[in-house]
Design a protein around this ligand. Sequence first.
Ligand SMILES: [Mn+2]
Length: 348
Amino acid sequence: MVLNCIFGAMNFETIVAVRKLLAKPQKIVIVPHKNPDGDAIGSTLGLWHYLKKMGQDAVVVVPNDYPKFLKWMPGSGDILNFERENAQARSKINGATLIFTLDFNHLGRIGQMEKILEEANVPFVMIDHHQAPSEYADIMYSDVNMSSTCEMVYNFIEAVDGGTDGITTEIANCLYTGIMTDTGSFKFRSTTGRTHRVVADLIDKGAENTEIHHRVYDTNTPARLHLLGCALKNMVILEKYSTAYITLSQEELDAHDFQKGDTEGFVNYGLTLEGIRFAVIFIENHEEGIIKISFRSIGDFSVNEFARKHFEGGGHNNAAGGRSSLSLTETVARFESLLPNYQELLKP
Ligand SMILES: [Mn+2]
């Protein structure tokens, strides 16, 4: 049975189907996307705390490691890393009776875990806010208008539990973190009145908002700040196209003792320039032999469409990712050659 609720909050049939599944004791595995971010870790741990509280046997399995600035999150120590704890993670997945996939909607987004999940013959529940979901899940709660998967997990708990009284301080801390990171601290367009009401309720339930901002954002190392300096120096501004882009070569990353997550948020600096509506960062990755690209926009210009069409990527209207197997210089040249086609759309 496939129950879609692509638009709006969870529909009645979906809620009934989930309740029915959770009425029995299940062995549950919860999976976020590869390179999990604040929303991916916040939503999976938030749901994990909730399911455990219900008395369910549940475990979060991440495809690979996640940034240190998320490791304070309650339950973080119980997460299994598919790369590092492979045998244990595999046995959990093979023994699962129910699988939740959060903050992604295509099994290609979980890297090495794709095969084992594809072969798992158990019900799948998807909770996600990205565009164009694929149809692998039996129960889909998919809504591209949502700020974050964490906001959706709040809705999920509210619907399944018949209220939010069951949201503990741990759950509140996890969900607050993901909403905060996925909305750029409550400023992206996807931030609605409802988002703020959810966040307000999470604070009432014990989310340590000031502490969370500090733990997530005030974790710079001197090397990272110097790398940011280098990135900002490299920034190219193309006023004609209301565009600013940054490049970082592997050599520059190495010179600044690059650690995973160090370039997080760099792309957004372009958008802080007056008149700039399209910001991009190109990061050379020798290990994977590709250029990793992040796209951000302000307003109607859809970076999701741009990334899908030209750089094997996608995401949201105002935030998307992509890749290129050309060299850094060639990638940038190709990017610049595309801009004239978008001049009208990029007009201030
Ligand atoms: Mn998200």
